[in-house]
Design a protein around this ligand. Sequence first.
Ligand SMILES: [Fe+2]
Length: 212
Amino acid sequence: MVLKNVQQDPAYGKLLREVLDSVYGNLDPSFGGMHREEAFIFISSPNSVTPYHLDEEHNFLCQLRGTKEVSMWDPRDQTVLPEAQKEYMLQIWHDPAYHRNMKFQESFQERATVFPLVPGEALHFPVGAPHWVKNGPAVSISFSITWRSKLSERQAIVYFVNGKLRRIGLNPVAPGHSAFRDSLKHGLFHSVRVLGRVFGGSWLKKSQAKWA
Ligand SMILES: [Fe+2]
């Protein structure tokens, strides 16, 4: 069970603010433009499993009760997450038929870092890092704090554009390797979006909700 947007409650809102202010104070200024700050409470059955997936936002998972074991992969690990799959995950994010779970292969597990979590501990999930989670033998309660940044938004846009470029037969460079190309794709995205608004184009419709 998940309780969403619990930051709307004043007590949880205060907690979210305190945690994020502390985090932001230690972040590189290049992250910039923090937004969509949200908090969730996850209540999970003993031994339940959250399947293999990735998330597009920054996340801190704080363990309150019970235990969890998080298997996590480097988001740059092409063995478990080829660029094309990452682009695909971002293409379909807001599709009503979207299913976030990804295909898992047993051979991936040896490349994972496994983090046991007990009450009082927290774990940072980097943007786009694949993971799956197994609860311990007791009911688990976790508090999750998520937010977006200009950096995460920019990266998501480059993946989105890369997916489009791959579909027309190109082999685009992943974000982070060339500031010039990233900037070009970012500009392309916004230019096409503006044109889409003017002329009623459809290919960015799904993205408009995402990066509005
Ligand atoms: Fe997740």
